[in-house]
Structure formats: structure tokens, C-alpha cells
Design a protein around this ligand. Sequence first.
Ligand SMILES: Nc1nc2c(c(=O)[nH]1)N[C@H]1C(S)=C(S)[C@@H](COP(=O)(O)OP(=O)(O)OC[C@H]3O[C@@H](n4cnc5c(=O)[nH]c(N)nc54)[C@H](O)[C@@H]3O)O[C@H]1N2
Ligand SMILES: Nc1nc2c(c(=O)[nH]1)N[C@H]1C(S)=C(S)[C@@H](COP(=O)(O)OP(=O)(O)OC[C@H]3O[C@@H](n4cnc5c(=O)[nH]c(N)nc54)[C@H](O)[C@@H]3O)O[C@H]1N2
Ligand SMILES: [Mo]
Length: 671
Amino acid sequence: MTEIKGACPHDCPDTCAFITKTEGGKAISIQGDPSHPITQGFLCVKLNHYLEWVYNPRRVLYPYRRIGPKGSGQFERISWEQALELISSRLKEILTRYGPEAIMPYSYSGTLGILNFGSMDRRFFHRLGATRILYTICSSAGKEGFIATVGAAVGPDPEDIPNAELIILWGTNTLTSNPHYWPLIQKARRRGAKLIVIDPRRTRTASLADIHIPIKPGTDSALALGIMHVIIRENLYNPDYVNQFTYGFEALRQRVAYYPPETVAEITGIIAENIEALARLYASTPKSLIRLNYGLQRHTNGGMAVRTIACLPGLTGAWLYPGCGALLSTNGAFPINWEKLQRPDLLPNNPRTINMIHLGKALTELDDPPIKALFVYNSDPANSAPNRELVIKGLMREDLFLVVHDIFFTDTTRFADLVLPAASQLEKLDLHSSYGHYYLSLNKPAIEPLGESVSNTELFRRLAKAMGFEEDCFKDSDEELVDQALEGSGITRERLEKEGWVRLNIPKPFIPFAQGFPTPSGKLEFYSHRLEKLGLDPLPDYKPLPPSSYPLIFLTPSAHHFLNSSFGAIDSLRAKEGRPVLIIHPQDAEERGISDGDLVKVRNERGECYLWAQVSYETIPGVVISPSIWWGSFSPKGTNINSTTPDLEADLGRGATFYSNYVEVEKAESE
Ligand SMILES: Nc1nc2c(c(=O)[nH]1)N[C@H]1C(S)=C(S)[C@@H](COP(=O)(O)OP(=O)(O)OC[C@H]3O[C@@H](n4cnc5c(=O)[nH]c(N)nc54)[C@H](O)[C@@H]3O)O[C@H]1N2
Ligand SMILES: Nc1nc2c(c(=O)[nH]1)N[C@H]1C(S)=C(S)[C@@H](COP(=O)(O)OP(=O)(O)OC[C@H]3O[C@@H](n4cnc5c(=O)[nH]c(N)nc54)[C@H](O)[C@@H]3O)O[C@H]1N2
Ligand SMILES: [Mo]
């Protein structure tokens, strides 16, 4: 029996370290690394079923070519030689007729491994001069908002969470989407800390908090402004901290004057007394942590919401204490040499850029040139992209050459002309940063690639060769790519190979903004000249969600047993998740004659989906919720929640706005 150290590749802040045991070339068990300070020896429910992911009958193990009509999912097996020949000849034809911008990659976070997320693939598409995509589907609005206030996407060290005396989980369902923070939060609570959850839904996390504050979706910046109003009005802020470490306080004071608790109560649905109580508690507990994740920024006003919330510790000075302040991401601290890895210098031209959340539009509306070849990997856009009906209309285009590289046959591979087999995490080398802690980790292959599957790096090496690209960088091995990624970081591959995971070269305790902020003024910016120059509001503010003629807000947050659409193919996890449901408040259900267990149709101007009603006080009136993402092909009538979601851009970072989604719900005929 052999033990190999690995890292979880999935898109989650925890980036767990795990140990795989193998016997005779087969993985027989996988467990959380007990010595890793965040993993602490346990894995989530999804990773506990990881061997079902690796050894799964739905896996793509060989290259396949379409033999039936588009969308039929009928394929025949071909060889790698045939597949590479088909791709390179088609791409060359498109290059000649339409130019490189007619070719577009589409990828996101099937794996967050640095090599397989973005290295050889980026080199390949840069060299081609293909249309570039903006990676906005998850976090760009919140990240921009956070940076506007404090200057970097870093925060306190989660290992110091037990030091906090007040923890506010603001729009994040920790037990589901970031479960390795829970033991740290519980440790703080055992020492007397209070836990508050601000979420429209009574999530499993909210139900275990000391206080749950349900809020109307998309109104968080108003709440933060109301809290600041009370703190400033009652002189509860820390004047020394404000003087020394912040910029624009007087302008902030004038702005928050517009947000007295009564006004904020109207906007948020939280009674004024509770807003005042929250403000006083927050001001009197400077050792406090606001934990944000990405739920509340998936709105048209999501960037500003995060920016506004990040101002709060600027009034109390919470940023001075270990484990305190506000924590959105730790990723900005990782010294990854992206330039070396992705080689933007290979670009022959300055190709156009498409926001990935506009995939549907790109495929159906773009001209001059139209997209003639789409290359999908690390993503299942037929399930995970917004405005799904338009995406599928695009994927169905007879003249679109669609290549999909995935571990599984998915709802996207169904539309492919060619399906290529991807190797799983146990079958490849990769390097991992994290957005929830400060450890770099190395994932070593535990087993040989199954069937003829290949890592993303190997795929693009083969494609570069088939296209006749002669630059040396297309011959770099995975080991060389790891070395390049680490160049200048002070951490070596040799060390990672020995130790598995390594703490970044940062002090302990790590208090990122103890000396000041990496903003243009060097201070926490209540007032941002940078935003002003972009024509944006320089101060935090609240803008309502866009008006709609549909009455209910439809939230589609993380399902406990899936990771976006990943794991949707694993039978045991689908069984645990149950079925695709719509959580609806008894009042909204009654008005529509809907009973618990009814099949309901959720619809708006973009499309519709079918879910089973779960009538419950878990949500508030006016807000319906479906834990996501169920695959369309495992859902009633073959469609899913993203048929209804908008592809509007958020206020900052051109981010996705999945939750600024209005719908109507009605009883449907059972199948
Ligand atoms: N099990 C599991 N874990 C996951 C994922 C998954 O799909 N499943 N996804 C991963 C990914 S890619 C990401 S980006 C992270 C996301 O991590 P989180 O942000 O923690 O997760 P979400 O479920 O997207 O959203 C969190 C909460 O935001 C609430 N919410 C929605 N709108 C608003 C609002 O306007 N205001 C407030 N205050 N709350 C609001 C939702 O009700 C939800 O409970 O999780 C990662 N972890
Ligand atoms: N309605 C709604 N939609 C959402 C969200 C939401 O909250 N609500 N969340 C959004 C968010 S936060 C995100 S991050 C996106 C994520 O959207 P996607 O990036 O599309 O992620 P997944 O849906 O998990 O699909 C990832 C695919 O990559 C494949 N894969 C895994 N590893 C590899 C590999 O090494 N190589 C290759 N080639 N393929 C691999 C998996 O099998 C899977 O099919 O979804 C977004 N969509
Ligand atoms: Mo995400």
C-alpha cells in the first residue's frame, strides 16, 4: 500500500489537503490530512465520495466523435490521432476563412489547480490569437468591490478566527460552501464569541447561529450604510483609527446621513431596532470578523455591496487584530507567476474580449467574425452559465465546431462534435493556491490516467504540436510548469514534494493591513478617487436591483452535495441531495395554490424550469430558493434553474448576477 499527498481541486475556499491510499495501481481510500491546519483530517461529504468520481461509469475515457444530430449525444470512439487531426484541420480552415477571433475558449473552475486551470491552455489560445474571455462568472464583482476599499484581495488568517469575539457570516453558508471554517468558528464561540448570520435563507449555518438576520436580497449595502449611520451618529467609532488609517471619513459621514435605520428598515426588511442593536454590538466589539464569500455579490449591485461592507471595520479598527476585519479571499497573497505560465507575450494581435457570462450572446449574435469554433474545458456551461436557453441555442448551431474536454459526459458534451477525455485529480500533477487559507499545496498523481484520459496541460501540448506551434514553451513538462509558477515565490517544488503543503512566507499572526492599506492613498478608502475616475460613485451607496414585472426573487445558491454542476453525476450524492426543489414561503405558496411536494413551474422572460415545491419558513416572503446546480438532464423536463437567470453585468468587475433574478411560480402538471 502506498500513500500519496494530494490537494482538492474543486472550487471551494477550503482547498483541502488529502492522502490517497493505493494498492496495485488502484486508489482504495482518500482521507483529509490530519496535520493540515485547515483540513484538520476531515473531508466534506463530496470528497468523501471522491472514489466514486474517479471510478465512475459516466467518465469519458476515450476521444469520441459525434455521429448523430447535434445535441443527440450520439458518439463513436476514435483514436487520439484522429481527434487531433480533426481538430487541427478544422481550426486551420477557420483560421484561413475567418481569422483567429472566430475561435473561442470557454473554461472556468472544474479544477482550480494552477496548471490545469490556466497555463498551457492559455499559451495555446494566446499563440492562436483567439478571442479572449473575461473570467467573471464567480467572483469579479466582489473582488473589485473589496479592492476598491482595502486595496487587495487578502484578509485575516482564518487560523486566527478563534480570536474573534463577534463573527458575522454575511451572505455565506459556511457549513455547505466553506465547511472547514466551522470548527474555527465553533472554537471562537466556546471562548464566548457571538455568531450572526445575515442571509435571506435560514440555511443550515443560519439555523445554528446565535442570531439569524433575514434580509431582502440585494439590499446588503443599505444595511451596512445603516450600521455606519448609527455608529457615526452615536460617536461609537474609533476616532484614532479613523484618523490614522482611513480616507474620506467626512464624505462618508455625509453619505450615511441618507441612511437612518427607519429608511434602511424599509429597504432591507429588517426592523429599525435590530439595525441599531447590530450597530451597537458591532461598534462595541472591535475584535470582530465579517466573513464574506461570493453569495451576496451575485447581484447587479454586488460589487458595491462588498465595498460597503468592507468599510465597516474601518470604523472600529477591527483590522488591527488577528483573525479580525473582513475576509473575502486569501488568494491575493499567493505569489504565482502567471505571466510565465500563461505567456501573454505570445499574442500576435490584440484580439477582442468577450465576457464569459455572455456566452449565449457570443454564440448567437457575434459577427465579424462569428464564433465558429468553441473549445470548452473545466466547465459545463449547459448547466452553469446564465441565460441557459440562449447558451443552448448557440451550442446547437449546426455550423459551430464544438470541442469539449471533460472528465464526465455532461449536459455540455451532449452538443459536442468532439468529446475528449480528461484525467481526474488523482491522475495528474498540479499546484494549488487557495482562496480560503494561506497554504500552497502540491497534488501528486496517485494513479495512472484512466483509459486514454489526459490532463489539460497534456491536451494543449498535443494540440500545439498538431497545429505546428514550434515555440519551446509548448514542450514544457508539468514539473517545469510548477517551477515556472513558483519563480520568485521563495518556495520550491522540491520543498513542496517533500512536505505536500507549505505556508506562504508571511508572518504569524498575519495581519495584512496592520501598517496600512495597498490603496492609492495608503489608507482604507471610504472615498475612492479611482472609482470616481472610472465614472463611478466614489462613496459607498445602495442602488436597488433593476425593476421587474415578475414578483419573486429567485436565489440559486450552493447545494450541499454538489459543487456547482460538478458531482451532479454521482448517484450517491444526488440521492443525498434528494431532488431539485423550490423553497417557497407559505404565504407565497398559498397565494398560488401551491402545496408542499407539488411540481411547480418557475418562469420569466428568459425561460422556465420545473422544481418540487418545499413550502417552508426557511425563506422569507417574496424570495424563492433552489439549492443548485442540478443538471438539466436529471431535472424534470430536462431543463434547469439557469434557464431563468440573467446575463446582466454587475456594477463592478463585469461580474455575474445570477441572483438578481425575478420570476413567477405556478403549479405544474406532474410528469
Ligand atoms: N457544497 C458546495 N460548496 C461550494 C459550492 C457549491 O456549489 N456547493 N460552490 C463553491 C463556489 S464556486 C463558490 S463561489 C462558493 C460560494 O460560497 P457562498 O457565497 O458561501 O455560497 P452561496 O451558496 O453561493 O451563497 C451564500 C448565501 O448567500 C445568500 N444570498 C443570496 N443573495 C443574498 C443577498 O443579496 N444578501 C445576503 N446577505 N445573502 C444572500 C444565499 O441565500 C446563500 O445562503 O462556494 C463554493 N463551495
Ligand atoms: N444559477 C447559478 N448558477 C451558477 C452559480 C450559482 O450560484 N447559481 N454559481 C456560479 C459560480 S460561483 C461558478 S464558480 C460557476 C462554475 O461553473 P463551471 O466552471 O462550469 O463549474 P462546474 O459546473 O462545476 O463544471 C465544471 C466541469 O469541469 C469538469 N472538470 C473537472 N476537472 C476537470 C479537468 O481537470 N479538466 C477538464 N477538462 N474538465 C474538468 C467537471 O467534470 C465539470 O463538468 O457556476 C456558476 N453558476
Ligand atoms: Mo464560484
